[in-house]
Design a protein around this ligand. Structure first.
Ligand SMILES: Cc1ncc(COP(=O)(O)O)c(C=O)c1O
Length: 388
């Protein structure tokens, strides 16, 4: 209870939570929309299937935690044999360092403050960072020296996405040699992200073969110069079950696979019924003919369009597959229901599979795990908003 004063008159404000507090089991009707519902059995199935694939092919699994940002889900990945985790930023690394002693930071670190945070984690964690510049190597080396630690380094090679990564084998050699000469950093291997490969799984062989050839050229050159890559890190969700075709990968870093989303479905990487996360929303208006409005806009569904397949709008409405979420404002989602034989009624709850689940999870303090019929447990999004 808080006392505040408005126009000189004291009044009381009760702090209300919109959903039941952590530690409770709730029924669906007790949960305020919009909320993310995660089917725990499906999630476990997704984790089990990829863990089995990785084991079968002798690949280590280092899932990217940026998708779920949850220590509990990371624990489930580690219990199923993941050797460690991937993170995007130092603040995310700090969250996961509490439960995992083997982290890879898959992001350029080029400022002293971030490098210091990473270097401090070495006391608890086998910490590795992917780099693509001499600037990053110097920054990490200085920070690790100041912390009295040694940071592991992977050289990032651009294999086709053209986002980060040195551009060829000789540039990778030059950077690796610089790492070898620099104090307080240790060359641990090679890194790439095949995020340009969006073909259906059955058509990925030649693209993954091209990745393998680029890795091979680099690894051969390193070997000629006496350098060894203990780790060759790659992987994504679209290529997850074809990762063995990249041949030289020792480990893979898929992120989206615990949940899946419409991009995963439309790319043909996983069936719709393997999407473990849905956003439950309420229809709040049907005033405009041919349209309903849901209580989820860009602050819930994020604004990503479908990368693959026809543009189906801002997510798939599970109960009304002919509906199209055509426009988002921050808190309103406009849904074209003109093609639906039956239309959702005002006040009705429906569930949406978003185009891209990762930013949606980052917009919630918690997700609700479906643990049994109409029983939901809260799960904190521990690294929510950890963007630094
Ligand atoms: C460097 C890096 N590695 C791994 C991943 C995981 O890929 P996906 O989201 O396809 O699971 C990402 C995703 O953005 C990434 O940027």
């Amino acid at each position: 209870l808080t006392l505040r004063r408005r126009n000189g008159i004291p009044f009381s404000v009760t702090t209300q939570t919109s959903s039941p507090p952590l530690g409770t089991v709730a029924a669906a009707t007790q949960l305020a929309t919009p909320y993310i519902c995660v089917d725990r059995d499906l999630l476990w199935e997704n984790l089990d299937q990829l863990a089995a694939y990785a084991e079968q092919h002798g690949l280590k699994l280092r899932p990217h935690a940026k998708t779920h940002k949850s220590r509990q889900i990371a624990q489930w990945q580690l219990e199923r044999g993941a050797i460690g985790l991937t993170v995007a930023k130092p603040s995310e690394a700090e969250v996961f360092a509490e439960i995992c002693d083997d982290l890879l930071l898959a992001y350029p670190i080029v400022d002293a403050a971030r490098a210091e945070r990473v270097a401090r984690l070495v006391q608890r964690v086998d910490m590795k960072v992917a780099v693509d510049s001499a600037f990053a190597v110097a920054t990490l080396s200085r920070a690790a020296a100041a912390a009295g630690s040694t940071l592991g380094v992977l050289v990032d090679l651009d294999v086709g996405l053209h986002r980060t990564g040195v551009q060829n084998a000789s540039a990778a050699l030059e950077l690796a040699q610089l790492v070898e000469r620099s104090p307080h950093v240790e060359l641990r291997g090679l890194f790439c992200y095949p995020g340009h490969i969006w073909e259906p799984a059955a058509a990925q062989e030649s693209a993954l073969n091209a990745v393998a050839e680029q890795l091979e050229a680099t690894l051969d050159l390193w070997k000629e110069h006496g350098l060894n890559a203990e780790i060759v890190s790659g992987g994504s969700t679209p290529t997850a079950y074809q990762s063995h075709l990249a041949r030289h990968f020792t480990e893979i870093r898929p992120g989206t696979y615990p949940f899946n989303d419409m991009n995963t479905v439309l790319g043909g990487y996983m069936a719709l019924d393997r999407c473990a996360a849905r956003i439950v929303v309420t229809v709040v208006s049907d005033a405009v003919p041919g349209q309903v409005v849901i209580d989820a806009g860009s602050k819930t569904l994020a604004a990503d369009r479908c990368i693959l397949g026809p543009d189906l709008g801002f997510g798939h409405v599970v109960e009304y597959p002919d509906a199209r979420i055509t426009k988002l404002s921050e808190e309103h989602g406009q849904v074209d229901v003109s093609r639906c034989a039956a239309r959702p009624a005002i006040g009705e709850r429906v569930s949406v599979i978003p185009n891209h689940i990762c930013p949606c999870v980052n917009l919630q303090d918690r997700v609700w795990l479906k643990v049994a019929d109409d029983q939901y447990e809260p799960l904190t999004v521990d690294a929510r908003g950890r963007l630094t």
